[in-house]
Write a protein that binds this ligand. Sequence first.
Ligand SMILES: Cc1cc2nc3c(=O)[nH]c(=O)nc-3n(C[C@H](O)[C@H](O)[C@H](O)COP(=O)(O)OP(=O)(O)OC[C@H]3O[C@@H](n4cnc5c(N)ncnc54)[C@H](O)[C@@H]3O)c2cc1C
Length: 509
Amino acid sequence: MKKSGQDPDLIASTQDQEPAGAAPDASLDSLFTNASTWGLEQGRNSGSPDAEAARDSAASAASKLTDGSRIAVIGGGPAGSLFSYFLLKTLDLVDTQVELDIYEPRLFTHSGPSGCNHCGGVVSESLVQILGAEGVLIPEEVVERGIDSYKMHMDVGAVRIDTPLHEKRIAAVYRGNGPRNSPPAMTTGFDRYLLQLATEYGANWQRQMVTDLQRHEQGWRLHCADNTAADYDLVVIACGINSALLIQTEKLGIKFHRPATLKTFIAEFKLGKQLIETTFGTSMHVFLLDLPKLEFAALIPKGDYVTLCMLGDEIDEELVNRFLNSPEVRECFPENRAPVNACHCFPRINVGPARQPYAEGMVFIGDSGVARLYKDGIGSAYRTAKAAAMTCALHGISESDFKQHYWPACRLITRDNTIGKLIFMVCTVIQKLKFTRRAVLRMVVLEQTLEGRKPRMSSVLWDVFTGSAPYTDVLLRTMHPAFLGHLCWNLVVANLPPIHAADKKVTAT
Ligand SMILES: Cc1cc2nc3c(=O)[nH]c(=O)nc-3n(C[C@H](O)[C@H](O)[C@H](O)COP(=O)(O)OP(=O)(O)OC[C@H]3O[C@@H](n4cnc5c(N)ncnc54)[C@H](O)[C@@H]3O)c2cc1C
């Protein structure tokens, strides 16, 4: 046992704090449900016959999980819990018994920052479905509100966009137990539910903060805040983006380098269930406003609270105040102003992939490795967790195993993010140019109000706001001649003199 001398490191866990910064067995096929869109099946097809692959696979024969292998998962957020769930479920099918410890100091039962993982808590409708098919059925009591529509606010007007197919499937959840000083919720938060699921499959939950890691002859030695240490064959880093442990891992002599990050803002406003029903209803409110540095902002109704999420280029208090005082935001709230927030924080978000998120007997998943740009971080935590679990269970835990079978899933997300950057650049142009805002608004209003209109712009905006579909898919839809034709037509008609002169606001709700 060694004293680590490290400070506990959940840097963004308190208000106002700044972060420091081989083909598998056919019987396993069902585990790849819905994986094709995101290339989770890549590992199955990537067994290269060349000499290098053969050498790699000989080397990795010694790096397989066998009965009694010891695995440490650092972090019990979505990535850590889902990795544990998929690994234990798969190993059970091949009759391999391992010892898996999840290190997670949070109980997720406290209200306020100490019980929460700093997030808007939107689980997209496609992810709700995919998780369901994987056996992860989000219980009703975990869902604070079912979201069935978006209301898009711009200075030129507002429009409601209904869920495609009119099904209420987006889940607004609390990651913990609600905002600061809120009465303890009798329901389980999303993260606690996933952690419990992993323990039901045999994971041991260690309520410990990991403070240090060291390479060991046969694996890794892990040190905890209570000065205890333990040895493992495989270490899975799932500590998110706001943990100082990531800085420690850069000093291990591996090729990993932390992901790029940006500062964001989250706040909770208490309005009460009744008032929320009559004001926000079951719509998430998104804002395309011409404010510098602001990429995206949304108000998400939950139980008694509304959650504000602001994403962009280093969000600061001045920008938060400008946003809250803009007429489009004020008019969403009763009495035309936002109440004092009950709880707020400036967590960082992953906006660039980690360099080499794997090493010998070590893999980085979720926000600690590669995440979806701005949207559906829980979805990319699921994808990387599953790809890593399948690599460990079906191939091995060596660096070359991860390179060959895990990295392709990360690369797919990274490539899609490149398209995502382009899409957000176009969104920024729309936010800046009033005549484009008028055209977008007119196009959506017509699609939402006229029977039989194909919701081309609505579905594009829906998927950009929710993260329900890959950015590449969204881009391809915007290149359809009918989409471009309608957009050009609306650019003209929406800016014809009568509307322009009156500077009329269009509202369709
Ligand atoms: C403002 C904002 C809004 C967002 N909104 C959404 C949204 O609406 N929908 C969505 O899908 N995604 C959203 N995200 C992204 C989402 O929060 C993340 O992508 C997701 O939480 C990543 O999951 P994870 O398991 O990798 O990390 P995390 O959820 O961060 O979990 C990491 C876990 O590791 C634990 N941990 C950290 N350090 C240690 C340590 N040293 N020892 C032991 N345990 C440790 C922490 O306690 C934590 O539980 C948002 C992000 C931000 C910043």
